[in-house]
Design a protein around this ligand. Sequence first.
Ligand code: GDP
Ligand code: IMO
Ligand code: MG
Length: 425
Amino acid sequence: MAVTVIVGTQWGDEGKGKITDLLSRDMDLVVRYQGGNNAGHTVVIKNEIFKLHLIPSGIFFSNVLCVIGNGVVIDPAVLVQEIETLQAKGYSADNLRISSQAHVIFPYHRYLDQAQEKKREAGRIGTTCRGIGPCYVDKFNRRGIRISDLYNEKLVREKLEWNIEEKSFLLEKFYAFDKKVNLEQLLNEYLGYAHAIKKYVVEESTALVHQAIAKKKNVLLEGAQGTMLDVDQGTYPFVTSSNPVSGGACVGAGVGPKDIDEVIGVVKAYITRVGSGPFPTEIEGKLGDDLREKGGEYGATTGRPRRCGWFDGVVMKFSARINSLSQLAVTKLDVLDGLDKINICTAYEYKGSKITDFPTDINRLALCKPVYEEAPGWKEDTSKITNYQELPSNAKKYLDKLAEIAETKVSMISVGAERGQIIKV
Ligand code: GDP
Ligand code: IMO
Ligand code: MG
């Protein structure tokens, strides 16, 4: 009987998929509220690994309606593939719904993403090159094509003509990009996707949410990416093109802020980042490499190695406030098993003084050095623990410190990728 938001508190890949799956058994509705197939949310069920890019991570419960919300950008080729993969593994996907207001990614969005990254050279963001940014640009520029448009051939043709003319000019003349887009081919392809996903498309996805709220059902709003990748609040310009923060859930799922009861911040026990941009607590060298191997820190979407670092309390504090966190779900605690000492960044040193408010300007952030407190590690294997009391005392102290920094209670601790590897506090 509550509306809960799941939000990434760091630079993404905190384990949102796992936590969403975990909570979904008690939900009636799960809505993905932003991003696109730049996301890769992993759910592991009995050794079988699912990497979801667009479909909400509640999809494995057939009685839970899973909505791709209006705030999401959809590459229909990826969506169709994802539905087929689920079906091949015995999940019907009949509980999927797609907002007709969601925007559509076309190949020219991907080409522009690739071309822009190439041209940026040293200033490269390290995007996933999935066309996410250019698609959101079209949305905000009111040039976008929405899922509903795909069912009006005349309209989609007109919109595509305009878009292809503009993008072809840019790709050829400005970016000297070699791939071309053909209107008839594209139209055919996309009308095919439209047909394939038609049974899932709903005109009023927000009404589904409102009805569920009115009936006091349980609703989960699943974010993608993370707070520090938020286009407004993150490390701009090294961010994604949407609002992963909890406020984005209101816009991307169509609920008002007063309807939200709980905001669960998913926090990795350490921290990772894929792509470029500042990362104050990054660990270079062997220790960083060891953490990457032990944590399996390779992108679920692009396979790129993730940069690894120590837990950053300055980011945590910022994230707790920006998102109004009410609970923390700490993930990957098991990856820290066996370390002698663990660093916790509690402040940054900036021009000789200590600061604890996250600098919004990356030029200032670049001058910040992490200030660490050293916490003692633990030798025990935590991956089989299901009861909080059984955790090593140093692990409990570590979690207490995280909660103290976030001024938020820890309600869940994940100690492995499998569905059952969870400690509820
Ligand atoms: P998301 O994008 O936030 O959903 O996270 P990803 O799925 O991209 O990355 C998280 C990775 O860690 C995935 O490979 C998960 O299977 C894995 N994972 C999640 N929770 C845990 C955990 O508690 N321990 C370990 N060892 N792996 C975990
Ligand atoms: P999930 O939901 C981690 C990063 C990219 C790049 C920046 C912009 O799995 O946590 P984009 O393609 O969005 O324009 O790239 O954002 N990024 C992610 N990093 N996890 C994600 O999603 C990400 N989605 C985008 O690496 O730095
Ligand atoms: Mg991910």
